[in-house]
Ligand binder design. Structure first.
Ligand code: PGA
Length: 256
């Protein structure tokens, strides 16, 4: 089995101005000294990307956009293209976050187009899926997740190829920003299901290499238990990534 390097990502959502963003990055960089074998990524708001890129310099912090549009340019008022995000220094892009799906009505088809455009431009996509509380209570979790995977990754399925560095994120909607976390066992059950889905749809090498992050109220006091599960390769963190103190504790989870 491949040793998958842990991946800790901070999704700042619509928070922090440019100064606050740069301060947070600088404090995170300080906290990362001598950190080994963990990939660290942050996804600031669009307006702070360039300043954050400058602050990260040649450090190991990876930079992601929180969203992008599937077209490269044109009359799409209010949208931002992959080309623009690349210019701002992003290498990764979060796609299909549940807030995009629910608040901005993004469908699997739209997410699939974005994934396709992102990969064509050389981005590593972080594709999010997750069930709602009603869906979990109705016992349809796996069906919902399978539909999201099949719909959002349609192009990979058509091509019979998913790049090894693709990142999938399981974020149960009921755990995002609510303080409720899936238990490590609940999360592991889903992560195993996702990895098996990748194995069946592509091949065992891809399933072995693709990293699957957990997201939803990840905090310094629950990360170690989550990370000790076999198929949990990292975390996509919202609230706890907004303070250097908690984010540094998260990226240093191995030392806890
Ligand atoms: P949270 O958000 O850590 O604040 O629950 C996670 C996410 O939405 O990525």
């Amino acid at each position: 089995m491949t040793d998958r390097i842990p991946f800790i990502a901070g999704n700042w959502k619509m928070n922090l101005n440019i100064d606050e963003s740069v301060n947070l990055v600088n404090a995170t960089l300080k906290g990362m000294r001598d950190l080994e074998d963990v990939d660290v990524l942050i996804a600031p708001p669009f307006t702070a990307l360039s300043a954050v890129k400058q602050a990260t310099g040649k450090s190991r912090i990876l930079l992601a956009a929180q969203n992008m549009y599937s077209e490269t340019s044109g009359a799409y008022t209010g949208e931002i293209s992959g080309k623009m995000l690349r210019e701002a220094g992003c290498t990764h892009v979060i796609l299909g976050h549940s807030e995009r799906r629910s608040l901005f009505k993004e469908t699997n088809e739209m997410i699939d187009l974005k994934v396709r455009a992102a990969v064509a431009l050389g981005f590593i996509p972080i594709v999010c899926i997750g069930e709602s509380l009603e869906e979990r209570e109705a016992g349809t979790t796996f069906e919902v997740l399978r539909n999201q995977l099949e719909g959002s990754l349609r192009n990979f399925i058509k091509e019979q190829f998913m790049p090894y560095d693709t990142i999938l994120a399981y974020e149960p909607v009921w755990a995002i920003g609510t303080g409720l976390t899936a238990t490590p066992g609940q999360a592991q059950e889903v992560h195993k299901f996702i990895r098996e889905w990748v194995g069946k749809g592509f091949d065992s090498e891809t399933a072995d290499r693709v990293r699957i992050l957990y997201g939803g109220s990840v905090k310094p006091d629950n990360i170690s238990d989550l990370m000790s599960e076999e198929d949990i390769d990292g975390a996509l963190v919202g609230g706890a990534s907004l303070k250097a103190d908690s984010f540094v504790q998260l990226i240093r989870f191995k030392e806890k």
